[in-house]
Design a protein around this ligand. Sequence first.
Ligand code: NAP
Length: 268
Amino acid sequence: MALYTGKSIVVTGASSGIGKALCLALAPQRPRLGLAARDTARLEEVAAQCRAAGAETRVVPTDVTSIDQCRRLVDRTVEAFGCLDVLVNNAGVGMLARFDETEDLSVYERLMKVNYLGCVYPTYYALPHLKKSRGQIVVMASLAGLTGVPTRSGYAATKHAVFGFFDSLRIELDGTGVSVTMVAPYFVRSEIHRRAAGPDGQPLGASPMQEDRIMTAEECAALTVAGMERRQRLVITNWRGGRLSRLLRIFAPGVVDGLARKAVREGK
Ligand SMILES: NC(=O)c1ccc[n+]([C@@H]2O[C@H](COP(=O)([O-])OP(=O)(O)OC[C@H]3O[C@@H](n4cnc5c(N)ncnc54)[C@H](OP(=O)(O)O)[C@@H]3O)[C@@H](O)[C@H]2O)c1
């Protein structure tokens, strides 16, 4: 029997990109998946694919910026499956604008609500159930939570907040059996870049990335599942942009600034 067979798992942001790929990567283990995002039709499509691959599913349309909807997400999942073993906080949105060229400052608030509070709220309601199951919290953070990224200042701030919150929570949870796994992907092929807010706060509409030169959502999902299965503390998906940068940051922080500048300029 696989590790997640019969386990009750909530994934936010399951309607596209990494969240969808993660549900599909887990499905062959026959878990019970609670799929959350705002777009119900897309969630239903993902759910059907997961069922075809072996999972039981429950779609719970959720806006993670709403406290009430996050409570409902956890309640509905526990009602359906009887327990909660894993919460994956994955929902997120992006931005792409230099700070001094930003025309719509509300983007900074919107990103904080989705990327940061949208992790805090589901975690709050999931925690009593996760303590009972000695379960796990998985957070789709970003390398931008570990270093600065030009044109992504608001996004990087949300991901730094996420690291600060969950690194603190991990210590509070010591002895409860609940683990926290932070995932820090480098660039991944998904919808986030074309949906990212530009300087005027509107979606860019087209990705500025070299999408065929970056990791696929399926590759990122496979690395995430492997890290989840080991209850790894931190999953860094990329050698150059990730693990090497962490070392360099201590000894040569200016080099890391240059790497971040180059990555954004080249879009890969
Ligand atoms: N792609 C990358 O390069 C990359 C790199 C590092 C980290 N990440 C992180 O990976 C996570 C997934 O992003 P992705 O790349 O897969 O992007 P994506 O394809 O745009 O997927 C984002 C998901 O979040 C959901 N979402 C957005 N706002 C929401 C809200 N208010 N309430 C509920 N769900 C919401 C979207 O669904 P609805 O629109 O249906 O609500 C969608 O399912 C994010 O946290 C992102 O920051 C991505």
